[in-house]
Design a protein around this ligand. Structure first.
Ligand code: GLU
Length: 423
């Protein structure tokens, strides 16, 4: 029996220990445990960039393919100072479970560049992205590895990557990545898909609890791509959003935040931040919304925010994880003891990658769906997946995270058993 891995990186250790715990609970064989606790491929590249002032900075970039058992590895590319190999490995493993649980034909991958994107010019970001793309190009392909946006990346970064890879190959290959703008081989609905999926999980939970969304209060931490559309979808369904936040701080209104005004503010802000929202939104500026009184909390910002120092101060009864890894195991223990229910990240935010699958499928066929078709399919699949995990958790008397991990591992294990473990 091979020794079990531990990591000093919180996110990686969390992913590993949850995997081992679920694998043991379902009686997974030691050989599969050894295989799935490691990544199939980890690549590190250096990325020299000539900055606007003429100096040269060399950045570190990564791409990890955790598993390709179910299909091409799928996962985003993030731009953040916290990016390193361990973080990418953890998030790639999470993508394997996310795609498996979602029922889509992908394995798990993740990539990123360690940088401070908010303090770079558009030109610097473009150079950084294109050189990164050129260096990971051998990995990328519609049947091998299909990137997408993640923290601090969007359709623009995807177009730079697609354009660079296409020029290197001498032909355009739209299906090598997803999250492209609608005007260039993207799909209606993809931009909103993650947030729509997170909100759908929240609304399904309210339905199971017998609650009318109009009687429910919620706070949404993070107002990037995930948080903003989570808030909008919840708001459209009648939920009262009493607080939102981003890196500029928190914004609170007991009467409900005007989400449409918040969108206006980020649209006008060059960095897409909520700067000054308290004035136009007629709300109170606070530090953050993590500890705000509301029944539902949607952490949609970043990992590790609910931890041993913060968990006891959380007032919500239900947490739906929009970000990847927002709750540490220590934080979760405190919440478990307090009877707080958590809808785990790789179920709650799987709308993004399910939507990516829709985009990829359209690209392969040269087809274009309507927004209605896309959204209906997305919501239908999200509701079904949520219900499946809920029922499994009830039947096995385990937490939703454990139920989701076990379900996800089972599909990967079944396919590996059919395909064979070795070359
Ligand atoms: N970055 C998103 C995630 O973490 C989307 C990944 C994708 O669409 O490939 O799920």
């Amino acid at each position: 029996m091979q020794a079990r891995r531990k990591s000093s990186n919180v996110l990686l250790d969390t992913a590993l220990q949850e995997f081992y715990g679920a694998a043991d609970e379902m009686g997974l064989s030691e050989r599969l445990i050894s295989i799935l606790s490691r990544s199939e491929r980890q690549v590190k590249v250096s990325i020299p960039v000539e900055m606007d002032d003429g100096s040269v900075e060399v950045y570190d970039g990564y791409r990890v393919q955790h598993s390709t058992a179910l299909g091409p590895s799928k996962g985003g590319i993030r731009y953040d100072l916290g990016v390193d190999m361990d973080e990418c490995e953890a998030l790639a493993m999470l993508m394997t479970w996310k795609c498996s649980l979602a029922g889509i034909p992908y394995g798990g991958g993740k990539g990123g560049i360690c940088c401070d994107p908010l303090n770079m010019s558009a030109r610097e970001k473009e150079k950084l992205t294109r050189t990164y793309a050129a260096r990971i190009e051998p990995l990328i392909g519609r049947w091998s590895d299909v990137p997408a946006p993640d923290m601090n990346s969007s359709g623009q970064e995807m177009v730079w990557i697609l354009d660079t890879v296409s020029k290197m190959r001498g032909h355009l290959e739209p299906s090598i990545l997803t999250g492209k703008p609608v005007t260039f081989w993207g799909s209606f609905g993809r931009n909103e898909a993650t947030g729509r999926g997170v909100a759908t999980c929240g609304l399904e939970l309210m339905r199971i609890l017998g609650r009318n969304p109009e009687d429910v209060t919620a706070v949404v931490q993070g107002f990037g791509n995930v948080g903003s559309y989570t808030a909008k979808t919840l708001n459209d369904a009648g939920v009262k959003i009493v607080g939102i936040s981003d890196i500029t701080g928190g914004y609170y209104s007991s009467g409900g935040i005007d989400i449409h005004k918040a969108f206006e503010v980020i649209r006008k802000n060059p960095k897409k931040l909520l700067t000054g929202f308290e004035a136009v939104g007629n709300c109170e500026k606070i530090d953050d919304v993590l500890f705000t009184e509301a029944e539902f909390l949607f952490p949609c910002a970043r990992d590790g925010v609910i931890n041993q120092d913060t968990a006891a101060k959380v007032r919500a009864r239900y947490i739906v994880e929009g970000a990847n890894g927002p709750t540490t195991p220590e934080g979760e223990e405190i919440l478990d003891d307090a009877g707080v229910l958590i809808v785990p990240d790789f179920l709650a935010n799987s709308g993004g990658v399910i939507g990516s699958y829709f985009e990829w499928a359209q690209n392969l066929q040269g087809a274009f769906w309507t927004e209605e078709e896309y959204n209906n399919k997305l919501v239908h699949i999200m509701k079904g997946n949520f219900r499946r995990v809920w029922d499994y958790a009830e039947a096995k008397r385990v937490k939703m995270r454990r139920a989701a991990t076990m379900t996800a591992i089972q599909r990967v294990a079944d396919v590996i058993a059919m395909r064979g473990m070795f070359l």
